[in-house]
Design a protein around this ligand. Sequence first.
Ligand code: PEP
Ligand code: MG
Length: 591
Amino acid sequence: MAFSIHGLAVSRGVVMGRAVLVGSSRRDVAHYFVAPEQVAGEIDRVRQGRNAVIEEITRLQASVQQLGPKDAPQELSALLDVHLMLLKDEALGQGVKQWISERFYNAEWAVTAQLEVLARTFDEMEDPYLRERKADLEQIVERVLRAMQSTANPAGLRLQDRRRKPHKTDTETGAAAEESLVLVAHDLSPADMLLFKNSAFSGFVTDVGGKTSHTAIVARSLDIPAVVGARTASQLVRQDDWVIIDGDAGLVIVDPSPAIRAEYAHKQAQGLAERARLSRLLHTPARTLDGEVIELMANIEVPEDVPGALACGAVGVGLFRSEFLFMGRHGHLPDEEEQFAAYRRAVEDMRGLPVTIRTVDIGADKPLDGSQHDDAHLNPALGLRAIRWSLSEPAMFTTQLRAILRAAAFGPVHLLVPMLAHESQILQTLAHLQRARASLDRRGVAYGAVQIGAMIEIPAAALNLRPFLTHFDFLSVGTNDLIQYTLAVDRTDESVAHLYEPLHPAVLRLVADTIGQARRKGKGVAVCGEMAGDVAMTHLLLGLGLRSFSMHPSRILAVKEEVLRADTRVLAPWAADVLAADQPDQAILLR
Ligand code: PEP
Ligand code: MG
């Protein structure tokens, strides 16, 4: 029967598809689709793995029996029997075969998918003895996966980007379709999310996360419907369930009836029509009714995002989150050459348009290796993050600065520094930059001039802009963090998501002051947090004097439409009124 789960809407649109539960078994295995001709080979890999474990346990069983009852506890022999029985059970073998031959999952994925299915069956058993057998099942699956390692596909990433093959007809709707797959997980790190770029998944749901958590941000950049903070979704949804994700409403509908599916198919069609309508604005210059030219730029995570940004009409990259080059590397950070190649690629692919490269912002919800460390009980958002980490790792930092400076020889580069609060940090950063230039001079390596900017994302910076306006060419307001730190609301924590309020008067005042002071000083100022891509905020930001926005490429045309309808002469006094209001709410934005 259909039921729905509410979460936070983070990425727009509607998708219907089969649920793929990932990661809840905490097994870090490869997930990718195999070609039809590889199906037999994958089934054979599972068979070999399973046989190897059966042999291993049978050997162990024999030696236990040789020991006799005095030296070997009876329970051990009984336990090994249970393991053998589970291994030979058809429910495991047949299920795995089905995942491979019908869904084209690779062998490891098929094994963990079937484990999920069986584990739930055990969870639902009334008899406590039988319920506890789930642990045995998990153990033998672990062993089978280990035994399969020797035949693993070396190219198999944890979540690999191979497109699945069309294979089935949806009998209920009669649509001859390539079935969409939607990913359901308890949590996904930003590094995991990065692996989904160009992946087969058409939507995703996580139990945890806030609207501006980095996982949500990457989801938005994938431009697929997504819901985070859906609390128990990964427990309620089962492997292969039919699921609708309504990314506009933050709703997940499980096992929808044909009538609900038809309704959402209509909504999906409307979404596509809306996109087609907006695409007509692609070549229209972003200029307000009173002639103000507005810069609409793209936020990117990896150089491969550049073509997508250009295709949406971005006039530059306003934020290249370089930390995504550093994540999930198991301690092997990218060296100068690797970074240089990535930055140069982005710069060259932008064909003369500016690229704003932010120095690494590792820490908080963007750990290097995808998992929180032991000290996660400390407050990572207030810890050694972003520039704080960079300044504590001078060799890493100057390596990055050298790579950025070198890329600037190939096109306009702006260098952006995150999370600054103290003038001493500013001076140290500039000294490192000088050192990086000097070392390139010594090596005789070419580099280019860069404009240097600071992110304003800590209230202390917004309240004390003088040193920033003295030392930097431009400012970029990181509203995601500015809201988090101003309101003391963890941006990743769905339990306080209702308090994460971009329209809080304190937040608006800090944003307005930053824009105003930068403009008065003749410095460039942009907003690159999620606020910049929120069409509900476009007129307010224009009214506050903002002329440069950086956002997910998928938001650019919708924001451009708002710009084309705006008259800043009217918006400025209105924005001043909003700023003076006690507690502006969304209604105030509906002018
Ligand atoms: C921000 O904080 O608004 C920002 C753009 O940076 P990030 O989201 O990467 O922290
Ligand atoms: Mg930030």
